[in-house]
Design a protein around this ligand. Sequence first.
Ligand code: FES
Length: 179
Amino acid sequence: MSIKINEDLASRTRISSKGSDRVKEQLDSVFESYRGDKNELIPVLQDVQEELGYLPDEAMQEVSRFVRVPEAKVFGVATFYARFHLKPRGEHIIRLCCGTACHVRGASRVADKVKDLLKVGVGETTEDLKYTYEEVACIGACGLAPVMTIDSKTFGKLDPDKTKKIIQNFGEEAEGGQA
Ligand code: FES
């Protein structure tokens, strides 16, 4: 496994000092369940991510101290596994299937529409932290191709116009639900 600290990424994931105090409190509550052993690195990272939503570099420094594993190794592990996220994630996750059936039925036009509407690329999160956009392999609903999910909801037989309406309606419903 190659271990490489991405300085640019680290600087983009720093959190404010006010946020830092809160993060420390959240980390303390995670650490309470562990002994602080190097073999606990991955489960600790998982729990920290569950608590914070992602792994800011400050959190990884604290994890490094707690499990007594060098920071470079902690960053290396966090960047090696796809399940770990080093950048904030959106409140809602949009996943567009780019498997064969969806591709053949126009997933790339749907992808262009989503990226254009949200002004994001693959794997990116909107500035307001509402949506993260991901492209995935077959999600097992080929009969509905092209297919995307928003959180746990599945939307099928998509075209660019239908996709636009779904995302706009979803945003309105989400805002209505929070009122
Ligand atoms: S290829 Fe998209 S759901 Fe199977």
